[in-house]
Design a protein around this ligand. Sequence first.
Ligand code: 13P
Ligand code: SF4
Length: 331
Amino acid sequence: MQVSESTSGIMPLPLVYERVQHHVPAFEWPLLAVDVEAILRLKREKNATILAHNYQAPEIFHTVADIVGDSLALAREAAATDADIIVMAGVHFMAETSKLLNPDKRVFIPDSRAGCSLAESITAADVRELRRRHPGVPVITYVNTSAAVKAESDICCTSGNALKIVRSLGVDRVIMLPDEFLARNIAAQAPEIEVITWAGHCEVHELFTPDDIRAVRESYPGVTVMTHPECPPEVVAEADFSGSTAMMADFVAYKRPQRVALVTECSMGDNLAQQFRDVEFVKPCNLCPHMKRITLGNIRAALEEEQHEVHIDPLLADRARAAVERMLAVA
Ligand code: 13P
Ligand code: SF4
């Protein structure tokens, strides 16, 4: 989703504030506005674009981001941008994906420690060992991985296109890594395909339990429960809908349920609550510590100082890019 116009003009600050007024108290705004104003100016001066994931805090998501969305949308938009500089308000693998798709552009991550427990759960050597154990079985790699792991893969997927990617290969056995729960959730939707999994988990979504969902339903009658497919299958089984962050946002936008529980990272609900005032958001709240490393202050510093640039070895990048591009061609 496109949210602000970085090249056609700078939006006046009072209008920017309207976008976060239900989340940011008026007395706090002047403090944030200093960074917001500087970022909007720097974007214009440097022909930079800010891509922000749906888990970014509202004061980033609704004020300085040019494009917001799930991993799939951010990858697509990164491939299409004509900016000279990309700042990823997200985690490191997202910045790497942007760099893979834009080898000639400069890509920055405001805090290079913004990692991901899934990306940490597997190495390139692990993928080679899996291939040795399962010769000839194609490897589908979730984008929440390092470029080195993508380079060992046949094709990537996101939570928004995983089912389509699995089916697109036309085989009866696949290796899907590293998210065990995403793989098992997809396997449940494609029983004709055997899915070999890896024991990686998202440290945010693995915490939710079926009891959490039952408790929410009891306390909030009529609530529509949505889960991210990184949740354990027994949690997804309790939900009314499961999909990527963008799919959940679309569900809210088009169906306008009265009450929604978003079983995912907290800021997602904050961002949607700011936008859809007629919907009541129940937030069983888990924060992603990696996403929360990104702040207005370090986005400004990334632009001002041009710091924390993402670099990928060119030979490895060619192989990793091929896996991402195969995904974009299918999905
Ligand atoms: P989405 O692609 O659904 O936005 O998910 C990314 C992610 O990191 C979820 O934890
Ligand atoms: Fe990784 Fe989970 Fe954070 Fe998403 S929410 S970036 S999968 S740790």
